[in-house]
Write a protein that binds this ligand. Structure first.
Ligand code: GDP
Ligand code: IMO
Ligand code: MG
Length: 433
């Protein structure tokens, strides 16, 4: 098995960082193909926590890392992450696609201004300039890594674009408080520092695939945030589903062998929009606290809810999920009962499908199947439990996993019972050395 895509099946933050780091131990190359530093991927090794926003989550494994053409790169953030790794004694083996688009300060200002303009229809973005950068990409106004590392090209394009960006920001009533000279100076410096990593990363990646290397494609966000398939218009600005690995990295669909769907044992959402199973009561508070559900990128409290099977089944269909990685099962431990939303009630009818609009999704009332909860793992013992394997897990937890598999139609490949690398149980080894 050579190529595996890992995608979020929910609203993001399913534990992609942890699971990508886990599989990266067996991979030769890890590729980011979508999003930008709106992503916050956490990896915990020996109790130490790392948060990656642009760097692929294989960074701690010493594997070849690639930032693909589909990613939008904020060079400042990337350089900060490289610096952080350097302090840990890690020199990442990084390649950046020359075709990846670059985020500029005016994108961040526009992100803020557009959200303000949208008012109650805002998405609650991360304000990292992601949307406006993808807008420029689709509008063919964008500047790419190949421009960033070319002083003359950068100057010529910024000279042309700057007055337009100023007008756009002012049109939305936003703040525009940086000079062109400052911007050029800053970005010339970024270009100088990053140019050794910028190349035809796609060629390197396909050479690796053709020589039988194991390549892992690391998704960002989650299916319900995908610009086509997610909750429009409160999701993100690009495709984040499995097909985006093909366009965002330049790999043929015929080369992909497995698509692993990441899911939490419950759901979480940071930002606006409908969440049918949202828990606004003390159970929700309990899960948020125990699961440390606060945004990795913005620190915002995440909204939490019971597992949503219509959304999961939808994600399995859109992504062609071959197997699931289920995280945070430890967080639900200790609850007497655990609910699974099996369908929605919408307009006096029962449906198992996700409606196309926020307005209809807001009206969906969850229909639950109640499951028995399972006992707490003894404090600090999750790693020990994981070592003993799946059979050692509480019966009720295994029943929950079996039910999720049955309802979603996808087998469980991996179970996670803690944030640490070792707090992981493999049910089917699809990426062994
Ligand atoms: P990502 O965006 O999908 O990579 O997820 P985040 O890193 O933003 O959020 C997931 C959070 O859950 C992080 O703090 C992880 O360290 C943590 N985490 C991952 N898997 C588990 C698990 O099985 N149990 C617990 N308790 N925490 C986990
Ligand atoms: P990871 O990869 C959770 C949400 C934002 C907002 C909407 C649009 O860590 O799972 P954007 O800044 O992309 O324009 O915001 O999408 N969002 C995420 N939520 N996890 C993420 O990434 C997210 N990236 C964006 O909160 O509602
Ligand atoms: Mg995250």
């Amino acid at each position: 098995m050579a190529c595996m895509v890992i995608v979020g099946t929910q609203w993001g933050d399913e534990g992609k960082g942890k699971v990508v780091d886990y599989y990266a131990g067996k991979a030769d190359v890890v590729v980011r193909f979508s999003g930008g530093n709106n992503a916050g991927h956490t990896v915990v090794v020996k109790g130490k926590k790392y948060a990656f926003h642009l760097m692929p989550s294989g960074a701690l494994r010493g594997t070849q890392l690639i930032i693909g053409n589909g990613v939008v790169v904020d060079p400042k953030v990337l350089l900060e992450e490289m610096e952080m790794l350097k302090k840990e004694g890690i020199t990442p083996k990084l390649l950046i696609s020359e075709r990846a688009h670059v985020i500029f300060p005016y994108h961040r200002a526009l992100d803020e201004a557009e959200e303000q303009f949208k008012g109650k229809r805002k998405a609650g973005t991360t304000k990292r300039g992601i949307g406006p950068c993808y807008e420029d990409k689709a509008g063919r106004f964008g500047l790419r890594m190949c421009d960033l590392i070319n002083r003359e090209m950068l100057k010529e394009k910024i000279d042309h674009l700057f007055p337009l960006k100023e007008k756009q920001i002012q049109m939305y009533g936003g703040r525009f408080d940086f000079s062109k000279e400052q911007l050029l100076q800053e970005y010339n410096a970024y270009g100088e520092k990053l140019k050794e990593y910028v190349c035809d990363a796609n060629l390197e990646m396909n050479n690796a695939i053709n020589s039988g290397k194991k390549v892992l494609f690391e998704g960002t966000q989650g299916t319900m945030l995908d610009v086509d398939h997610g909750m429009y218009p409160v999701g993100t600005s690009c495709n984040v589903t499995a097909g985006a690995a093909c366009t965002g990295a330049g790999v043929s669909p015929t080369k992909i062998n497995e698509v692993v769907g990441l899911m939490k044992a419950y759901v979480s959402r940071v930002g606006e929009g409908p969440l049918p199973t949202e828990l606004k009561d003390e159970t929700g508070e309990y899960i948020r606290k125990k699961g440390a559900e606060f945004g990795t990128t913005t620190g915002r409290p995440r909204r939490v809810g019971w597992l949503d099977i219509p959304a999961l089944r939808y994600a399995c269909r859109i992504n062609g999920i071959s197997g699931l990685a289920i995280t945070k099962l430890d967080v639900l431990a200790g609850l007497e009962k655990v609910n699974i939303c099996t369908s929605y009630s919408l307009d006096k009818k029962t449906t198992g499908e996700v409606p196309p609009s926020c307005e209809l999704m807001e009206q969906c009332k969850p229909i639950y199947k109640e499951m028995k909860g399972w006992q707490e793992f003894e404090a600090g013992k999750a790693e020990e439990v994981a070592k003993k394997g799946y059979d050692a897990l509480p019966k009720e937890l295994k029943d929950y996993v079996a039910e999720v598999s049955k309802l979603s139609g996808a087998p469980a490949y991996l179970i996670s019972i803690g944030p640490g690398r070792e707090e992981t149980i493999i049910l089917k080894d699809i990426f062994g050395k």
